[in-house]
Design a protein around this ligand. Structure first.
Ligand code: SAM
Ligand code: DTB
Ligand code: SF4
Length: 334
Protein backbone atom coordinates (compact mmCIF):
# COMPACT_ATOMS: atom_id res chain seq x y z
CA UNK A 1 0.00 0.00 0.00
CA UNK A 2 1.24 3.51 -0.71
CA UNK A 3 1.64 6.36 1.78
CA UNK A 4 -1.84 7.77 1.08
CA UNK A 5 -3.41 4.45 2.10
CA UNK A 6 -4.54 3.56 -1.41
CA UNK A 7 -3.62 0.38 -3.21
CA UNK A 8 -2.07 2.41 -6.04
CA UNK A 9 1.66 1.76 -6.35
CA UNK A 10 4.08 4.53 -5.44
CA UNK A 11 5.77 6.06 -8.48
CA UNK A 12 9.53 5.58 -8.69
CA UNK A 13 12.17 7.19 -10.87
CA UNK A 14 15.30 5.48 -9.57
CA UNK A 15 15.38 2.16 -11.40
CA UNK A 16 18.66 0.37 -12.08
CA UNK A 17 19.42 -2.35 -14.56
CA UNK A 18 19.87 -5.30 -12.18
CA UNK A 19 16.46 -4.81 -10.57
CA UNK A 20 14.59 -4.30 -13.84
CA UNK A 21 16.33 -7.20 -15.55
CA UNK A 22 15.44 -9.48 -12.63
CA UNK A 23 11.83 -8.37 -12.91
CA UNK A 24 11.73 -8.86 -16.67
CA UNK A 25 13.20 -12.36 -16.32
CA UNK A 26 10.87 -13.59 -13.56
CA UNK A 27 9.04 -16.84 -14.26
CA UNK A 28 6.33 -15.71 -16.66
CA UNK A 29 3.35 -16.26 -14.37
CA UNK A 30 5.04 -14.49 -11.51
CA UNK A 31 5.76 -11.50 -13.76
CA UNK A 32 2.15 -11.54 -14.92
CA UNK A 33 0.86 -11.74 -11.33
CA UNK A 34 2.86 -8.68 -10.37
CA UNK A 35 1.93 -6.70 -13.48
CA UNK A 36 -1.70 -7.60 -13.04
CA UNK A 37 -1.72 -6.42 -9.44
CA UNK A 38 -0.24 -3.06 -10.42
CA UNK A 39 -2.62 -2.80 -13.34
CA UNK A 40 -5.76 -3.51 -11.32
CA UNK A 41 -4.77 -1.11 -8.56
CA UNK A 42 -4.15 1.74 -10.99
CA UNK A 43 -6.64 1.03 -13.79
CA UNK A 44 -9.60 -0.66 -12.10
CA UNK A 45 -12.05 0.35 -14.87
CA UNK A 46 -10.69 -2.20 -17.37
CA UNK A 47 -10.94 0.32 -20.19
CA UNK A 48 -8.84 0.36 -23.32
CA UNK A 49 -8.03 3.59 -25.12
CA UNK A 50 -8.61 3.45 -28.86
CA UNK A 51 -6.25 5.68 -30.78
CA UNK A 52 -6.44 6.09 -34.55
CA UNK A 53 -3.37 7.01 -36.57
CA UNK A 54 -3.15 8.97 -39.80
CA UNK A 55 -0.03 9.62 -41.83
CA UNK A 56 -0.44 13.28 -42.81
CA UNK A 57 2.86 13.41 -44.70
CA UNK A 58 4.31 10.17 -45.98
CA UNK A 59 7.78 9.08 -47.11
CA UNK A 60 10.84 10.98 -48.29
CA UNK A 61 12.22 11.39 -44.76
CA UNK A 62 15.90 12.43 -44.54
CA UNK A 63 16.52 10.33 -41.40
CA UNK A 64 17.96 6.82 -41.80
CA UNK A 65 16.03 4.90 -39.11
CA UNK A 66 16.78 1.27 -40.00
CA UNK A 67 13.23 0.02 -39.40
CA UNK A 68 11.35 2.71 -41.26
CA UNK A 69 9.45 2.40 -44.54
CA UNK A 70 9.50 6.19 -44.95
CA UNK A 71 13.23 6.89 -44.90
CA UNK A 72 14.63 8.18 -48.20
CA UNK A 73 17.74 6.10 -47.46
CA UNK A 74 15.84 2.86 -48.16
CA UNK A 75 14.04 1.66 -51.26
CA UNK A 76 10.66 0.52 -49.96
CA UNK A 77 7.20 0.08 -51.53
CA UNK A 78 5.90 3.23 -49.79
CA UNK A 79 4.59 5.92 -52.13
CA UNK A 80 5.49 9.40 -50.92
CA UNK A 81 2.58 11.72 -50.23
CA UNK A 82 2.80 15.46 -49.62
CA UNK A 83 1.20 17.03 -46.56
CA UNK A 84 -2.55 16.36 -46.57
CA UNK A 85 -5.07 19.18 -46.63
CA UNK A 86 -6.81 20.10 -43.39
CA UNK A 87 -10.18 18.96 -44.82
CA UNK A 88 -8.83 15.49 -45.59
CA UNK A 89 -7.55 15.16 -42.05
CA UNK A 90 -10.84 16.37 -40.57
CA UNK A 91 -12.73 13.78 -42.65
CA UNK A 92 -10.45 10.99 -41.39
CA UNK A 93 -10.79 12.19 -37.80
CA UNK A 94 -14.57 12.23 -38.13
CA UNK A 95 -14.54 8.61 -39.36
CA UNK A 96 -12.24 7.62 -36.49
CA UNK A 97 -14.57 9.24 -33.98
CA UNK A 98 -17.61 7.52 -35.47
CA UNK A 99 -15.82 4.20 -35.15
CA UNK A 100 -15.21 4.87 -31.46
CA UNK A 101 -11.67 6.26 -31.26
CA UNK A 102 -11.08 8.86 -28.57
CA UNK A 103 -7.56 9.86 -29.60
CA UNK A 104 -6.40 10.83 -33.07
CA UNK A 105 -2.68 10.85 -33.81
CA UNK A 106 -1.23 12.52 -36.90
CA UNK A 107 2.23 11.46 -38.05
CA UNK A 108 4.59 13.25 -40.44
CA UNK A 109 7.74 11.76 -41.97
CA UNK A 110 9.83 14.74 -40.94
CA UNK A 111 13.22 14.85 -39.29
CA UNK A 112 12.14 17.98 -37.47
CA UNK A 113 9.50 20.66 -37.57
CA UNK A 114 10.39 23.66 -39.74
CA UNK A 115 8.54 26.91 -39.24
CA UNK A 116 6.45 27.92 -42.24
CA UNK A 117 3.26 27.04 -44.10
CA UNK A 118 3.49 23.26 -43.52
CA UNK A 119 3.75 23.66 -39.76
CA UNK A 120 1.00 26.30 -39.84
CA UNK A 121 -1.22 23.74 -41.55
CA UNK A 122 -0.44 21.10 -38.91
CA UNK A 123 -1.40 23.67 -36.27
CA UNK A 124 -4.77 24.05 -38.03
CA UNK A 125 -5.16 20.25 -38.11
CA UNK A 126 -4.59 20.08 -34.36
CA UNK A 127 -7.11 22.86 -33.71
CA UNK A 128 -9.76 21.13 -35.84
CA UNK A 129 -9.23 17.65 -34.37
CA UNK A 130 -9.31 19.01 -30.84
CA UNK A 131 -12.44 20.99 -31.72
CA UNK A 132 -14.18 17.70 -32.61
CA UNK A 133 -13.82 16.49 -29.03
CA UNK A 134 -11.01 14.06 -29.79
CA UNK A 135 -7.72 13.97 -27.95
CA UNK A 136 -5.17 15.35 -30.39
CA UNK A 137 -1.71 13.85 -30.75
CA UNK A 138 1.02 14.47 -33.33
CA UNK A 139 4.40 12.94 -34.11
CA UNK A 140 6.49 15.29 -36.24
CA UNK A 141 10.13 14.61 -35.33
CA UNK A 142 12.28 17.08 -33.44
CA UNK A 143 10.73 20.20 -32.02
CA UNK A 144 12.01 23.41 -30.40
CA UNK A 145 10.41 25.09 -27.36
CA UNK A 146 8.56 27.74 -29.38
CA UNK A 147 7.08 25.13 -31.73
CA UNK A 148 5.96 23.08 -28.73
CA UNK A 149 4.34 26.19 -27.28
CA UNK A 150 2.40 26.81 -30.51
CA UNK A 151 1.15 23.22 -30.56
CA UNK A 152 0.01 23.51 -26.97
CA UNK A 153 -1.79 26.73 -27.74
CA UNK A 154 -3.61 25.00 -30.63
CA UNK A 155 -4.93 22.46 -28.11
CA UNK A 156 -2.51 19.55 -28.57
CA UNK A 157 -2.87 16.92 -25.84
CA UNK A 158 0.06 14.61 -26.56
CA UNK A 159 3.28 14.47 -28.56
CA UNK A 160 4.64 11.09 -29.66
CA UNK A 161 8.40 10.84 -29.85
CA UNK A 162 9.83 7.39 -29.24
CA UNK A 163 13.21 6.56 -27.78
CA UNK A 164 12.95 3.43 -29.94
CA UNK A 165 15.74 1.50 -28.18
CA UNK A 166 18.48 1.89 -25.56
CA UNK A 167 21.10 4.62 -25.75
CA UNK A 168 23.69 1.87 -26.33
CA UNK A 169 21.84 0.26 -29.26
CA UNK A 170 20.68 3.53 -30.81
CA UNK A 171 23.75 4.00 -33.05
CA UNK A 172 23.20 0.61 -34.68
CA UNK A 173 19.71 1.68 -35.80
CA UNK A 174 19.92 5.40 -36.59
CA UNK A 175 22.96 7.45 -37.56
CA UNK A 176 21.38 10.79 -38.54
CA UNK A 177 20.47 11.90 -35.02
CA UNK A 178 21.46 11.18 -31.46
CA UNK A 179 19.64 9.66 -28.54
CA UNK A 180 20.14 12.98 -26.72
CA UNK A 181 18.28 14.80 -29.53
CA UNK A 182 15.28 12.65 -28.67
CA UNK A 183 15.54 13.46 -24.96
CA UNK A 184 15.85 17.14 -25.76
CA UNK A 185 12.61 17.18 -27.79
CA UNK A 186 10.83 15.29 -25.02
CA UNK A 187 11.95 17.96 -22.57
CA UNK A 188 10.59 20.72 -24.86
CA UNK A 189 7.27 18.88 -25.07
CA UNK A 190 7.04 18.46 -21.30
CA UNK A 191 8.04 22.08 -20.64
CA UNK A 192 5.24 23.29 -22.93
CA UNK A 193 2.68 21.38 -20.81
CA UNK A 194 1.91 18.76 -23.49
CA UNK A 195 1.66 15.15 -22.32
CA UNK A 196 4.47 12.86 -23.41
CA UNK A 197 3.95 9.70 -25.47
CA UNK A 198 7.23 7.84 -25.72
CA UNK A 199 8.17 4.21 -26.04
CA UNK A 200 10.06 1.99 -28.41
CA UNK A 201 10.36 -1.04 -30.63
CA UNK A 202 11.47 -4.58 -29.91
CA UNK A 203 12.94 -6.84 -32.55
CA UNK A 204 15.68 -4.47 -33.75
CA UNK A 205 18.45 -6.92 -32.83
CA UNK A 206 18.76 -5.44 -29.33
CA UNK A 207 19.61 -7.47 -26.25
CA UNK A 208 17.25 -7.98 -23.31
CA UNK A 209 19.45 -5.57 -21.34
CA UNK A 210 18.87 -2.99 -24.10
CA UNK A 211 15.11 -3.42 -23.70
CA UNK A 212 15.39 -2.98 -19.93
CA UNK A 213 17.64 0.07 -20.35
CA UNK A 214 15.10 1.67 -22.64
CA UNK A 215 12.32 1.10 -20.10
CA UNK A 216 14.54 2.52 -17.36
CA UNK A 217 15.21 5.63 -19.43
CA UNK A 218 11.44 6.18 -19.68
CA UNK A 219 10.57 5.23 -16.11
CA UNK A 220 13.29 7.42 -14.62
CA UNK A 221 11.72 10.48 -16.24
CA UNK A 222 9.77 12.49 -13.70
CA UNK A 223 6.88 12.52 -14.43
CA UNK A 224 6.64 9.26 -16.37
CA UNK A 225 5.47 9.57 -19.98
CA UNK A 226 1.67 9.50 -19.82
CA UNK A 227 1.67 7.07 -22.70
CA UNK A 228 4.19 4.35 -23.58
CA UNK A 229 3.83 2.63 -26.96
CA UNK A 230 5.47 -0.78 -27.20
CA UNK A 231 5.94 -1.68 -30.86
CA UNK A 232 7.07 -5.00 -32.32
CA UNK A 233 9.16 -4.38 -35.41
CA UNK A 234 7.06 -4.48 -38.58
CA UNK A 235 9.55 -5.77 -41.09
CA UNK A 236 9.35 -3.70 -44.24
CA UNK A 237 10.86 -4.86 -47.54
CA UNK A 238 13.84 -2.72 -48.56
CA UNK A 239 14.75 -1.60 -45.03
CA UNK A 240 18.00 -2.79 -43.44
CA UNK A 241 15.95 -4.67 -40.82
CA UNK A 242 13.66 -6.46 -43.29
CA UNK A 243 15.24 -9.84 -42.58
CA UNK A 244 15.18 -9.72 -38.79
CA UNK A 245 13.59 -12.74 -37.14
CA UNK A 246 9.99 -12.13 -36.04
CA UNK A 247 9.39 -11.03 -32.46
CA UNK A 248 8.45 -13.90 -30.18
CA UNK A 249 5.00 -12.92 -28.77
CA UNK A 250 5.91 -13.80 -25.17
CA UNK A 251 8.81 -11.34 -25.37
CA UNK A 252 6.29 -8.63 -26.15
CA UNK A 253 4.20 -9.79 -23.19
CA UNK A 254 7.25 -9.54 -20.90
CA UNK A 255 8.05 -6.07 -22.18
CA UNK A 256 4.49 -4.86 -21.58
CA UNK A 257 4.33 -6.40 -18.12
CA UNK A 258 7.65 -4.80 -17.15
CA UNK A 259 6.55 -1.41 -18.50
CA UNK A 260 3.31 -1.71 -16.51
CA UNK A 261 5.16 -2.40 -13.25
CA UNK A 262 7.69 0.40 -13.77
CA UNK A 263 5.12 3.01 -14.88
CA UNK A 264 1.93 2.08 -12.98
CA UNK A 265 -0.30 4.97 -14.03
CA UNK A 266 0.79 5.37 -17.67
CA UNK A 267 -1.16 4.13 -20.64
CA UNK A 268 0.87 1.24 -22.05
CA UNK A 269 0.02 0.86 -25.72
CA UNK A 270 0.20 -2.44 -27.59
CA UNK A 271 1.29 -0.79 -30.83
CA UNK A 272 2.77 -1.97 -34.16
CA UNK A 273 2.91 -5.71 -34.82
CA UNK A 274 -0.59 -6.82 -33.89
CA UNK A 275 -1.35 -8.28 -37.34
CA UNK A 276 1.30 -10.89 -36.58
CA UNK A 277 -0.14 -11.78 -33.19
CA UNK A 278 -2.89 -14.28 -32.50
CA UNK A 279 -5.96 -13.08 -30.62
CA UNK A 280 -4.72 -15.01 -27.63
CA UNK A 281 -1.31 -13.32 -27.70
CA UNK A 282 -3.01 -9.91 -27.91
CA UNK A 283 -5.25 -10.82 -24.98
CA UNK A 284 -2.21 -11.81 -22.98
CA UNK A 285 -0.68 -8.39 -23.72
CA UNK A 286 -3.89 -6.72 -22.46
CA UNK A 287 -3.80 -8.97 -19.40
CA UNK A 288 -0.16 -8.01 -18.80
CA UNK A 289 -1.09 -4.34 -18.58
CA UNK A 290 -1.61 -2.87 -22.04
CA UNK A 291 -4.58 -0.49 -21.92
CA UNK A 292 -4.39 1.21 -25.27
CA UNK A 293 -4.26 0.04 -28.88
CA UNK A 294 -4.08 1.61 -32.32
CA UNK A 295 -7.52 1.27 -33.82
CA UNK A 296 -8.35 1.29 -37.51
CA UNK A 297 -7.04 -0.82 -40.36
CA UNK A 298 -3.85 1.20 -41.00
CA UNK A 299 -1.01 2.37 -38.84
CA UNK A 300 1.07 4.92 -40.79
CA UNK A 301 2.11 2.88 -43.83
CA UNK A 302 1.41 -0.69 -42.74
CA UNK A 303 -1.77 -2.66 -41.92
CA UNK A 304 -3.39 -2.99 -38.51
CA UNK A 305 -6.29 -5.30 -37.55
CA UNK A 306 -9.65 -3.91 -38.70
CA UNK A 307 -11.98 -2.32 -36.19
CA UNK A 308 -14.46 -5.23 -36.23
CA UNK A 309 -11.70 -7.62 -35.21
CA UNK A 310 -10.72 -5.24 -32.42
CA UNK A 311 -14.29 -4.87 -31.18
CA UNK A 312 -14.43 -8.69 -31.05
CA UNK A 313 -11.13 -8.77 -29.20
CA UNK A 314 -12.34 -6.39 -26.50
CA UNK A 315 -15.64 -8.22 -26.23
CA UNK A 316 -13.87 -11.57 -25.86
CA UNK A 317 -11.98 -10.12 -22.91
CA UNK A 318 -14.98 -8.34 -21.40
CA UNK A 319 -13.15 -5.04 -21.72
CA UNK A 320 -14.70 -1.79 -22.86
CA UNK A 321 -13.40 1.04 -24.97
CA UNK A 322 -12.53 4.21 -23.09
CA UNK A 323 -15.50 6.56 -23.49
CA UNK A 324 -15.20 10.04 -25.01
CA UNK A 325 -14.27 12.58 -22.30
CA UNK A 326 -17.72 14.13 -22.02
CA UNK A 327 -19.86 11.09 -22.87
CA UNK A 328 -21.05 7.88 -21.28
CA UNK A 329 -19.16 4.57 -21.52
CA UNK A 330 -19.50 2.95 -24.93
CA UNK A 331 -19.56 -0.86 -25.01
CA UNK A 332 -16.84 -2.45 -27.21
CA UNK A 333 -19.43 -2.82 -30.01
CA UNK A 334 -22.56 -4.78 -30.78
N1 SAM B 1 9.19 11.06 -38.01
C1 SAM B 1 8.70 11.09 -36.71
C2 SAM B 1 9.61 10.39 -35.71
O1 SAM B 1 10.42 9.58 -36.09
O2 SAM B 1 9.46 10.67 -34.53
C3 SAM B 1 7.30 10.54 -36.56
C4 SAM B 1 6.87 9.29 -37.29
S1 SAM B 1 7.73 7.78 -36.89
C5 SAM B 1 7.15 6.72 -38.14
C6 SAM B 1 7.00 7.25 -35.34
C7 SAM B 1 7.50 5.99 -34.69
O3 SAM B 1 6.93 4.86 -35.32
C8 SAM B 1 8.98 5.71 -34.69
O4 SAM B 1 9.67 6.41 -33.72
C9 SAM B 1 9.01 4.21 -34.41
O5 SAM B 1 9.11 3.96 -33.02
C10 SAM B 1 7.68 3.72 -34.94
N2 SAM B 1 7.89 2.89 -36.15
C11 SAM B 1 8.20 3.34 -37.38
N3 SAM B 1 8.36 2.31 -38.24
C12 SAM B 1 8.15 1.17 -37.53
C13 SAM B 1 8.18 -0.22 -37.87
N4 SAM B 1 8.50 -0.62 -39.10
N5 SAM B 1 7.91 -1.11 -36.90
C14 SAM B 1 7.62 -0.68 -35.65
N6 SAM B 1 7.57 0.61 -35.28
C15 SAM B 1 7.85 1.54 -36.20
C1 DTB C 1 4.18 4.43 -32.26
O1 DTB C 1 4.87 4.14 -31.27
N1 DTB C 1 3.82 3.58 -33.19
C2 DTB C 1 3.07 4.26 -34.23
C3 DTB C 1 2.93 5.69 -33.67
N2 DTB C 1 3.73 5.65 -32.50
C4 DTB C 1 3.21 6.85 -34.52
C5 DTB C 1 3.65 4.10 -35.56
C6 DTB C 1 3.86 2.65 -35.94
C7 DTB C 1 4.35 2.63 -37.34
C8 DTB C 1 4.43 1.24 -37.88
C9 DTB C 1 4.96 1.21 -39.25
C10 DTB C 1 4.16 1.97 -40.27
O2 DTB C 1 2.92 1.85 -40.32
O3 DTB C 1 4.78 2.66 -41.07
FE1 SF4 D 1 11.75 9.58 -40.58
FE2 SF4 D 1 10.39 9.05 -38.36
FE3 SF4 D 1 10.78 7.15 -40.24
FE4 SF4 D 1 12.84 7.94 -38.79
S1 SF4 D 1 10.98 6.92 -38.01
S2 SF4 D 1 12.83 7.67 -41.03
S3 SF4 D 1 12.37 10.12 -38.48
S4 SF4 D 1 9.60 9.01 -40.46
Amino acid sequence: MSADGSLASPLRHDFQLAEVRALHDLPLFELLDRARQVHRANHPDGQVQLCTLLSVKTGGCPEDCGYCSQSSHHKTPVKPQALLKVDEVVAAARRAKEQGATRFCMGAAWREVKDGPAFDRVIDMVREVKGMGLEACVTLGMLNPEQARRLKEAGLDAYNHNLDTSREHYKSIISTRKFDDRLNTLRNVRDAGITVCSGGIIGLGESIDDRCRMLIELANMDPHPESVPVNALTRVEGTPLAEMPPVEPLELVRMIATARILMPRSKVRLSAGRTELSREAQLLCLFAGANSIFYGDRLLTTPNPDSDADSDLLRAAGLSAEPPKSGAAVPAAE
